[in-house]
Design a protein around this ligand. Structure first.
Ligand code: SME
Length: 152
């Protein structure tokens, strides 16, 4: 089933307008994504702290705590400051397998003061789960989060 990104974006806007503090907002957005998008096994955030991506609010199995910039899909997306859609994680050199169920993944950088400072990472047990429509819809949601998040 296709995701109604118009509705999802409005739900994220409501959450962001109610509370911008990153822990509350990212926790609820992780829960909303997990509840709304089909075929996910992990959805959450890694935040750059002291030069390391550090696991933040998420839904799914316990995950790797630290990822260095440039490592894995998350660290590569951060370093290149690009949205990465990986149709088959086994074909991505250096992919970090936190949950062996993951088959495909999308990672979107989140900016703070103009620089990539966190990522939204979403994993699926289905190959090629993430379409161009997902990429665009999620990019809009990340933009909304960037505009509302309170980091302190
Ligand atoms: N697969 C990611 C690591 C994070 S987990 O998927 C939650 C990566 O290669 O960066």
């Amino acid at each position: 089933m296709r995701t109604d990104y118009h509705l999802l974006t409005e739900q994220v806007r409501q959450l962001a307008q109610t509370e911008g503090w990153y822990a509350s907002l990212f926790a609820n957005v992780s829960a909303l994504l997990m509840d709304t998008l089909e075929d996910l096994n992990w959805a959450g955030f890694y935040i750059l702290i002291n030069g390391q991506l550090t696991v933040g609010p998420f839904q799914g199995k316990p995950a790797c705590i630290h990822i260095a910039p440039g490592k894995g899909v998350c660290g590569t997306a951060l370093e290149q400051d690009e949205i990465l859609v990986v149709p088959d994680v086994h074909a991505f050199p250096g992919h970090i397998a936190c949950d062996s169920a993951s088959r495909s993944e999308i990672v979107l950088p989140l900016h703070r003061g103009g620089a990539a400072a966190a990522v939204l990472d979403i994993d699926s047990p289905r190959l090629s789960r993430f379409s161009e429509e997902d990429r665009e819809g999620l990019a809009g949601i990340v933009k909304l989060l960037e505009d509302h998040v309170v980091w302190e």
